[in-house]
Design a binder for this molecule. Structure first.
Ligand SMILES: NC(=O)c1ccc[n+]([C@@H]2O[C@H](COP(=O)([O-])OP(=O)(O)OC[C@H]3O[C@@H](n4cnc5c(N)ncnc54)[C@H](O)[C@@H]3O)[C@@H](O)[C@H]2O)c1
Ligand SMILES: O=C(O)C[C@H](O)C(=O)O
Length: 358
């Protein structure tokens, strides 16, 4: 019997199940382009987003939240483990985005083809006693391989890097893209949004405000002293005692460690990170859509300081980062913090560059 929507019932059912399992389509001899076009009816117009590391502690809630984002029409979930289960689960949500799962390196290219935005939370997290830099040996190689795939399959995509150490993985990504001839500095962003989310929360606690009313710029990078909250520039404008400034700066800089210790070996921030990653990805998509005044902090290729990468406020638009804002007036405490941040950042950036160019 012919069904409304094209194709007979058995074909239609086969298509729906294949759409959850790219293997099935490949076995039917479909090309990757057909795979891309084989969309369930009802998919809304919008952007195509891939999450690399989708089965992880961050990846799963991030997949859930991106499936809820009305700007997303296609959501590709890629990991080296457990994507069939995560994909099946998330795909039952009655929101517009069509979800497809991709498992293992042989499916990376299909996962990436045609994507507008790629979010990378793949890699190992810290355990108590470790620094983010202790993750370098494993995560540097993971990010390098994934970025090689991006160069090949979606060189125009915006890339959001979450994998630590962000201060080194973003320079690695830049070098991979340069080597492939696909580097666009406007499209590479290290995600430091969690530092801003934490800063807003901790400052609101001290001031007795709703965190949603607070906006703290956090500049520099994403590790220890490189995380530099500019409390002198918060909105709404407020002043702090030197004790409050010292307490807040230290708590914001050590927010990640606070979670790592509380989780006692079970990983680092995942839920608050997924929240922050979605806030940031949504800003990138609103920028791509052409919304005005989309401004967020991010660790990007930059000329704001003498370092080649630096986190500061950026304006997001149709081409990715369309404007990078200078740091503005800093007080004495922040100027001293900036010098410490730059010293550590220089080493982490250099470490990433040498890894990717060796
Ligand atoms: N930027 C930030 O603010 C921020 C915040 C929190 C965590 N992180 C970092 O995010 C990363 C992930 O954290 P998590 O808690 O989700 O870890 P996790 O171990 O729970 O998940 C990582 C996922 O990556 C997958 N993975 C490993 N190698 C892969 C590869 N080659 N390709 C694709 N996927 C691969 C794993 O299978 C796993 O599902 C860590 O490096 C962590 O330090 C960054
Ligand atoms: O602290 C970590 O290792 C994870 C992440 O960078 C964070 O800030 O929570």
């Amino acid at each position: 019997m012919k069904q409304h929507g094209g194709g007979d019932a058995s074909h239609r059912i086969a298509r729906i199940s294949a759409h959850l399992d790219p293997h099935k389509l490949q076995m039917e001899g479909k090309t990757s382009l057909e795979l891309q076009n084989c969309r369930a009816k009802g998919g809304s117009s919008g952007f195509k987003v891939a999450i690399l590391g989708a089965s992880g502690g961050i990846g799963q809630p991030l997949s859930l939240l991106m499936k809820m984002n009305p700007l997303v029409s296609v959501l590709h979930l890629y990991d080296v483990a457990n994507t069939p289960g995560v994909t099946s689960d998330v795909s039952h949500m009655d929101t517009g985005a069509v979800v497809r799962g991709f498992l293992g390196s042989q499916q990376l290219e299909n996962a990436l083809t045609g994507m507008d935005l790629v979010i990378i939370p793949a890699g190992v997290p810290r355990k108590p006693g470790m620094t983010r830099d202790d993750l370098f040996n494993i995560n540097a190689g993971i990010v390098k391989t994934l970025c090689e795939g991006i160069s090949k399959c979606c060189p125009d995509a915006i890339v959001n890097i979450i994998s630590n150490p962000v201060n080194s993985t973003v320079p690695i990504a830049a070098e991979v893209f340069k080597k492939a001839g696909t580097y666009d500095p406007k499209k590479l962003l290290g995600v430091t949004m969690l530092d801003v989310v934490r800063a807003n929360t901790f400052v609101a606690e001290v001031l007795g405000l709703d965190p949603r009313e607070v906006d703290v710029p956090v500049v520099g990078g994403h590790a220890g002293v490189t995380i530099l909250p500019l409390l002198s520039q918060i909105k709404p404008p407020c002043s702090f005692t030197s004790e409050e400034t010292a307490y807040l700066t230290s708590r914001i800089q050590n927010g990640g460690t606070e979670v790592v210790e509380a989780k006692a070996g079970a990983g680092s921030a995942t839920l608050s990170m997924a929240y922050a990653a979605v806030k940031f990805a949504d800003a990138c998509l609103r920028g791509l859509r052409g919304d005005a005044d989309v401004i967020k902090c991010a660790f990007v290729p930059s000329v704001v300081t003498e370092l080649p990468f630096f986190a500061s406020k950026v304006r997001l638009g149709r081409n990715g980062v369309e404007e990078i804002y200078t740091l503005g007036p800093l007080n004495e405490f922040e100027r001293a913090g900036l010098e410490m941040a730059k010293k550590e950042l220089a080493g982490s950036i250099e470490k990433g560059i040498s890894f990717a160019t060796k």
